[in-house]
Design a protein around this ligand. Sequence first.
Ligand code: 8YV
Length: 332
Amino acid sequence: MSTKPAILVARALFPSVLEGLQTQFEVSSNQGDEPYAPAELIARLQGKSGALITGSERIDAALLDACPQLKAVCNVAVGYNNIDVPACTARGVLATNTPDVLTETTADFGFALMMAAARRMAEAEHALRRGEWKRWSYDMFAGAEVNGSTLAILGMGRIGRAIARRGALGFGMQVIYHNRSQLPAEQEAEVGARYVDKATLLREADHLVIVLPYSAASHHTIAAAELAQMKPTATLTNIARGGVVDDVALAEALRNRTIAAAGLDVFEGEPQLHAGLLTVPNVVLTPHIASATMKTRLAMAELAAANLTAALTGGTPPTPINPEVLARTNLG
Ligand code: 8YV
């Protein structure tokens, strides 16, 4: 019988990363395309010391109680609203995520999505595919100006700041932001970012980009009342989490032209989408791919594997979410 600790890899993984884990652990891995349903995840985790998971696998108190031998859950994602961190900490389970390695790639995508919404790229392409391009006109798919406009960022963490740099330094945008706390002066100075309250952010935004972590506190931070405060020419881009925006209210605001357009990579209840979003023309929709380049996805998987390996072999996990667990226990 193997003396290696047993781990579960919840989704099909890069072979190189899987092979690395197999040198240290007895690895069970999901070979299929489908994520495990919650009950199957619990069944598969029986006897496992660790798990390499994605943002789609929910780790809650009930799962942790059903898998008492679990020592570490390692997310291949920077966001970790799928993990009940206090429940992990209370049970001495280490949780880790993958910050930094995806920052620039995700910011690239957020900026591209904002530009696509502002310049009506998806709407224009769909019309072209339908054979509707017959002649030129001054206002044909005329969109909103990006260069020199006001970029409003909700959630000024690493990704928010990377988007701010793109806007300020590359496109001459004025950057305003709202965040739990104001940035240090030198970070604000880098892009000339101005801290404002939420009402000012909404009122002054030409392009609102949402990069806020999801939690009960940020649920529906943008709903009908907030959308009503925005300019009718403004765009909204969400690369954070679906629940931060009320998708029903957003679909309504797009239909009524309360705002001009939206770019959405994340949705409430994804992979299902609110039907209203599928029928309005002025929205660009992508399936949660802001971090999806092979280089970045590999870096995320490698970082998660490094966290898991360190956690179960007495090392120092590089990016723990609840490092207090390490101080209390000898996980190895
Ligand atoms: C992941 C993400 O691809 O890092 C995050 O928080 O949203 C994405 O980069 C997704 O969560 C799957 O793990």
